[in-house]
Design a protein around this ligand. Structure first.
Ligand SMILES: Nc1nc2c(ncn2[C@@H]2O[C@H](COP(=O)(O)OP(=O)(O)OP(=O)(O)O)[C@@H](O)[C@H]2O)c(=O)[nH]1
Ligand SMILES: [Mg+2]
Length: 207
């Protein structure tokens, strides 16, 4: 091996070692299960919950009536509920229990619906933050979209988004909000675990 060849080989080895240690910075690290955001979707039959799940998962829209609670594991974990869970009072208990497994609850209201099934202050039944989503804005006039937003506001959501699952209008804005929410959640979890370690160290010293 010539000196130049040996130099090149050493350079290549160094490069692959650097990659092994730090990884390719342009590639996004796959999320661990505990790092993924868990969303739960609640809304009337045909409000557009499953379609929204498909959009957030970057899937094609395919109609499938949701018959039972569905857990969809992907980059974001999603709990899709059937409209019946909101429309029938007997399911309110299971809805509350299911919400314990979510980080954020999305109340879904179609802008084409003249009425709402969300009673005022509906969000108080969940011990988790709730946001509102107005769907079907591609088909509704502005007045109807505003009414749908009002319904969600009365239900007690923190903020709301207008989307179309068909044209994807509003989906990137919602996605950015969810990413920021996930980041905040991870920071809070990191701080909480640091505090716990600190407290444990203190109590060990006292002993
Ligand atoms: N135009 C339009 N149609 C939509 C939109 N979102 C959903 N749909 C349509 O509305 C219908 C019902 O959508 P789904 O997503 O299945 O509704 P869902 O809330 O999951 O209904 P359940 O599973 O019965 O509770 C389907 O035919 C969708 O294609 C939207 O933003 N715009
Ligand atoms: Mg569905």
């Amino acid at each position: 091996m010539t000196g130049a060849e040996a130099g090149k080989q050493a350079e290549n080895q160094e490069e692959s070692m650097r990659e092994a240690v730090s990884g390719d910075p342009s590639e996004k690290k796959p999320k661990q299960d505990g790092e993924k955001l868990r969303l739960m979707f609640v809304g009337k039959i045909a409000a557009g919950k499953t379609s929204l799940c498909q959009r957030l998962n970057h899937e094609e829209l395919t109609y499938r009536k949701t018959q039972t609670v569905q857990v969809l594991a992907n980059d974001i974990n999603m709990i899709d509920t059937p409209g019946e869970y909101l429309e029938r009072r007997m399911f309110r208990g299971p809805l509350m229990v299911t919400a314990m497994n979510a980080d954020l609850i999305l109340l879904v209201q179609s802008a084409l619906d003249e009425q709402t099934m969300f009673p005022p202050q509906f969000t108080t039944m969940f011990p988790k933050p709730c946001i509102g989503i107005v769907t079907k804005i591609d088909k509704a006039e502005n007045r109807k979209i505003e009414i749908a937003e009002k319904y969600l506001e009365y239900a007690g959501v923190e903020t709301s988004f207008r989307v179309s699952n068909v044209t994807e209008e509003g989906i990137p804005e919602l996605y950015r909000y969810l990413e920021a929410f996930e980041e905040k959640l991870q920071t809070a979890a990191g701080e909480a675990s640091e505090k716990k370690v600190g407290n444990e160290a203190e109590s060990t010293q006292e002993i």
